[in-house]
Design a protein around this ligand. Structure first.
Ligand SMILES: [Ca+2]
Length: 353
């Protein structure tokens, strides 16, 4: 019999510092709606783990080669061993290289340490398939919506972006802008590896491919499954009753109400030939595609698609982030006019050894 000592994980803090390249993001709408200007501030995300539940005081200092540039202190609540906070910063600290921290309860030091800061260069281009660019930004969400650590990347008028972002894996990427629900939808990426520099191109069209997931079956064939929920702007615009190009509250209400009757009120009818899939840049065959009605609660339905793509097992290199991209096209009609709704999304997948 082996008696293993019961040891809690030792307390650790991960530090992520974002120094934006611009001071604000301006969104100019292509229809009657006032422009929105939001300030872009430097942000520090501190993620603690291995702490004892309770309340204490966290002191942190942003450092450059051991020299303190800025320090602050805040009360934190530890739950299930964790805390996740985002203290306000007075300015950017692009020259910093580490965040030293200590945690005290009732003035008694409990743990301390230092977390090295690491950034990845995230750059590329956003292209609007319509040919008409709109004010755009890229939101990086590390964990969940609304959690500390989310950040906005400014996109220039020509669609280019170039930022140094905290090196980590982000749960969601949302490329969005002033054309949303007018002449464009959103471009989503699921799990997104930015632990290393990355160049990417995001194409935005009239179809949103939401919630993309990639997975394989435990013990099953070497088949990659993809699941997503598409929405077509043209279908949304069927509810623009007054034809002014935007949905009023009343029109939106009618749209939601209609989603009780069918899953494809807003989501397109897609077949395998309307969809393209790439794995690390190489095309994959879609062997099977199934339409699934997704119950949305309270009697509403939306449409999901489940794709099966055969994948050579030699491509599944373990402990490496693989990039999956999907594009779809749907032929739609709006008041007698034929419109192609294009959508693109991507997700990363990692197989552990
Ligand atoms: Ca309208």
């Amino acid at each position: 019999m082996i008696l293993a000592p019961f040891a809690a994980a030792s307390p650790a803090v991960e530090a992520y510092l974002y120094n934006p390249t611009a001071d604000q993001i301006t969104i100019n709408y292509p229809y009657h709606r006032p422009a929105e200007v939001s300030a872009l501030k430097a942000s520090l995300n501190l993620l603690g783990s291995g702490f004892i539940d309770g309340e204490g005081q966290l002191t942190y200092s942003i450092e450059e080669k051991g020299k303190r540039l800025f320090s602050g202190s805040m009360a934190v609540k530890i739950k299930d061993g964790h805390f996740n906070v985002q203290p306000e910063l007075p300015s950017k600290f692009p020259q910093s290289d580490a965040v030293a921290w200590h945690y005290a309860v009732n003035g008694v030091d409990q743990a301390h340490g230092s977390s090295a800061l690491k950034w990845s260069r995230f750059h590329g281009k956003v292209v609007y398939k319509s040919g008409t660019a709109r004010s755009t930004y890229i939101a990086l969400i590390p964990l969940r919506w609304g959690d500390p650590g989310s950040l906005d990347i400014p996109v220039a008028e020509d669609g280019s972006f170039d930022a140094l972002v905290p090196a980590r894996v982000y749960a969601v990427v949302n490329v969005n802008g002033a054309g949303y629900l007018f002449d464009a939808m959103e471009r989503w990426a699921g799990i997104y590896d930015l632990t290393q520099d990355r160049e990417d191109h995001f194409d935005i069209g009239r179809m949103e491919i939401y919630g993309l997931r990639a997975f394989d079956m435990v013990g099953g064939a070497e088949t990659l499954y993809l699941l997503f929920r598409p929405t077509s702007l043209t279908r949304v615009m069927h509810f623009d009753a007054d034809g002014d190009g935007v949905l009023s509250d009343t029109e939106r209400k009618a749209m939601v109400e209609a989603s009780k009757n069918s899953a494809t009120v807003l989501g397109p009818e897609l077949k395998a030939e309307n969809v393209k899939v790439w794995f690390d840049g190489a095309p994959l065959t879609v062997a099977q595609m199934n339409q699934i009605s997704e119950y949305d609660g309270n009697g509403y339905w939306q449409v999901n698609y489940l794709l099966q793509c055969p994948l050579d097992s030699s491509l599944k290199v373990p402990n490496l982030w693989h990039h999956i991209k999907i594009e779809a096209e749907s032929q739609e009609t709006l008041r007698g006019k034929s419109i192609t709704d294009f959508g693109q999304s991507s997700v990363d997948i990692l197989w552990q050894r």
